[in-house]
Design a protein around this ligand. Structure first.
Ligand code: FNR
Length: 360
């Protein structure tokens, strides 16, 4: 991150966090090539603004299966928010609800999903919280997690498909960071079938997860189902054929396979393949309103932010997350005004060019 208000929050977070936890949040897989590329790829893209067609105020709202966003930015699922701040996901949920956007709450949250949704709804009765899960090797566990999310009042499920095995994070290995500190746990994994009574099961990854598991989830719930971690256009088509409500182009913030393209570079082919049948979201490397605008112009309906939210949370709890979302809202609005936009539909693919190659 370079300069600006979000960079300041990052620097403050880095100063206050235990360095082991900072590296857990900040790090990526392998040589961290993809981690760097996610941000660098945005720097290689430019916008060609249109002139003399703006409006006095701009509409930044987006309707998605599972909720309305007042700004085209939602909170991507990230694990263990109580490592960043004692209020953890409760603070994140309140800030997202106050900003009028969706929190995608992870299965690996340090607050149980029912309490996360209650915190969001206490701020804004119609707040939408989505639940992210990894299909578990034990189908009864997966079913139980889905039921908990439904009972909590979640309005969509996000199934993460890019993690058949855990990514290998060198920073964590060097620190010997494998377990949460005493007193913190993945609370959604408590009291599940096959686990110790009152105890917490490990979150499992399964290399044999298949489209059949996605179909089973479809049959288990009537909630809109998003598939997260799609990079190959053919998988995006399969996802649509298997009835998903939307697709999330993501490389897990550079934390899974260190050979993949930057998320924004994978976006156009997925958008083409999906051909408007379902909305496409993007996450990975979004660090300002300009990045949001570029992703939307390339066909994303909205974007997710992961680490910036963690930095806001660590730096200043709920107020820090609120600040991240307010900065992004303000920056998107400003860029849209400078592009002669009235609403997000005015961000179209013809506005995006590569730097250094002239107008395509
Ligand atoms: C993640 N991400 C993630 N994704 C997911 O589906 N389930 C999870 O439990 C987690 N956990 C997680 C922890 C941490 C510390 C990070 C940084 C990320 C990935 C996340 O949803 C998202 O794809 C990326 O964070 C987006 O990239 P940026 O915004 O962090 O660059």
């Amino acid at each position: 991150m370079s300069t600006g208000p979000l960079a300041e929050l990052h620097d403050k977070a880095r100063a206050v966090l235990d360095p082991v936890h900072y590296d857990y949040y900040a790090g990526g897989v392998g040589d961290e090539v993809v981690l760097g590329e996610n941000e660098a790829a945005f720097r290689r893209l430019a916008l060609l603004p249109r002139v003399l067609r703006g409006a006095p105020t701009r509409d930044l709202g987006v309707d998605l299966p599972g909720g309305h966003l007042d700004l085209p930015v939602l909170v991507a699922p990230t694990a263990f928010h109580r490592l960043a701040h004692p209020e953890g996901e409760l603070a994140t949920a309140r800030a997202a609800a106050a900003a009028g956007t969706v929190l995608v709450s992870g299965v690996a949250s340090t607050v149980a999903i029912g309490d996360v949704v209650a915190a969001a709804r206490a701020v804004r009765a119609e707040a939408s919280v989505w639940f992210q899960l990894y299909p578990q090797p034990d189908q009864d566990v997966t079913a139980c997690l889905v039921e908990r999310a439904e009972r909590a009042g979640c309005t969509a499920l996000v199934v993460t498909a890019d993690s058949p095995v855990f990514g290998r994070h060198r920073r964590d290995a060097e620190h010997g960071f494998h377990d949460l500190p005493a007193g913190l746990a993945a609370e959604n994994m408590r009291d599940l079938p096959g686990g110790p009574p009152g105890g917490v099961r490990d979150i499992g990854m399964s290399p044999s997860v298949s489209w059949r598991d996605l179909d089973r989830l479809r049959e288990l719930t009537s909630l809109p189902l998003w598939l997260k971690g799609v990079l190959h256009p053919r998988d995006a088509v399969l996802a649509v054929e298997h009835g998903v409500a939307g697709v999330v182009v993501s490389n897990h913030g550079g934390r899974q396979l260190d050979l993949v393209p930057a998320a924004v570079e994978a976006l156009p082919a997925v958008v083409d393949a999906v051909a408007g049948r379902v909305p496409v979201l993007l996450d990975g490397g979004v660090r300002g309103g300009g990045d949001v605008a570029v992703a939307l112009a390339l066909g994303a309906a909205a974007v997710g932010v992961g680490r910036p939210v963690l930095w806001g949370l660590a730096a200043d709890g709920e107020a820090g997350v609120s600040r991240v979302l307010a900065v992004l809202r303000d920056e998107v609005d400003h860029v849209l005004a400078l592009c002669g936009g009235r609403d997000l539909a005015d961000l179209t693919p013809d506005l995006v060019v590569s730097r250094g190659t002239g107008v395509s």
